[in-house]
Design a protein around this ligand. Structure first.
Ligand SMILES: Nc1ncnc2c1ncn2[C@@H]1O[C@H](COP(=O)(O)OP(=O)(O)OP(=O)(O)O)[C@@H](O)[C@H]1O
Ligand SMILES: [Mg+2]
Length: 267
């Protein structure tokens, strides 16, 4: 996707999902020259990961995900998809090579800078990871509270993302009162509430039936249309095949394919 194509999307994002903070900075942060190349949300340069037990989970991975991209990560069980995601959220450090997210080299990030990274990257897991004793609204609000967002900004930000994911009517429910799809929508709202540059999802439809999986995918596509980069690991061959987006395939920790569309049956 070119920068020219992205720009109206970003403007739309500034006007809707992406709230006042980004609206205020966008004209200065985004140069208006169309010659500018899209920036990379994610870049891995010759990345390998060997776990302490000696298991090599990633080997010589090169991957660039420009701002605004939508990328599927596929590969059979054990191929390294979750390891790649753990590196991107700095849950683990690469054994060698460089991992850059939102322009930051994760190895060089000081402890103080980690909260800032976490605000730029929204994360969604297969098992939702909601706090059971908090309502939908409070689960989403908590993500802002822990990063020290001023109280008066929290309520409007939470209401905005709940509307985006279609959960305004369920705001006072607890997770055990929700369907799986609604729980995942809550997790997506929580991932979005910081207005991140990139949303990373590790098998977000893994616990959902096919129809609800499609609803979640449609939501992630809409978020992407609004300007947020999306990287999603999945085993869902139907979705990947139907959508004809960029597909990065891992095999034994190596990138064996990186192209638009398709899905290898054996994954
Ligand atoms: N903490 C760990 N310590 C040692 N080995 C690990 C660890 N986590 C993962 N591995 C190994 O690294 C390899 C890649 O695992 P990973 O979880 O990244 O695969 P995956 O593609 O996400 O698989 P799945 O589709 O089953 O989720 C596997 O061989 C796994 O056993
Ligand atoms: Mg995994």
């Amino acid at each position: 996707m070119t920068t020219t194509l992205l720009r109206p999307v970003r403007q739309l994002a500034a006007a809707t999902l992406i709230g006042p903070r980004r609206q205020a900075v966008a004209p200065h942060a985004e140069p208006v020259t169309d010659a500018a190349a899209p920036r990379a949300s994610i870049a891995l340069e010759d990345v390998s990961k060997v776990y302490p037990n000696g298991r090599r989970a990633l080997a010589d991975v090169d991957l660039v995900v420009p701002d605004g991209d939508f990328v599927f990560i596929v590969g059979r069980s054990g191929a390294g998809k979750s390891t790649l995601i753990r590196l991107l959220i700095r849950d683990e450090l690469a054994t060698s090579g460089r991992v850059l997210v939102a322009g930051r080299d994760l190895r060089r990030l000081s402890r103080r800078e980690i909260p800032r990274l976490r605000r730029q990257v929204g994360i969604v897991f297969q098992d939702f990871k909601l706090l059971p004793h908090k309502t939908v609204r409070d689960n989403v609000a908590f993500a802002l509270e822990v990063t020290g967002t001023p109280g008066r900004q929290i309520r409007p930000a939470v209401e905005r993302v709940l509307a985006l994911v279609g959960l305004t009517g369920a705001a006072d429910q607890y997770p055990n009162q929700l369907s799986g799809g609604e729980q995942q929508r809550t997790a997506i709202a929580r991932a979005l509430v910081h207005e991140p540059r990139v949303v990373i999802a590790d098998e977000p439809t893994g616990n959902l039936d096919p129809l609800i999986s499609w609803e979640i995918i449609q939501l992630l596509l809409r978020i992407n249309e609004l300007g947020t980069t999306v990287l999603m690991a999945t085993h869902n061959a139907d979705v990947v095949t139907a959508l004809r987006r960029r597909v990065v395939a891992l095999e034994d920790g190596r990138v064996v394919r990186d192209e638009i569309g398709g899905y290898h049956r054996e994954y």
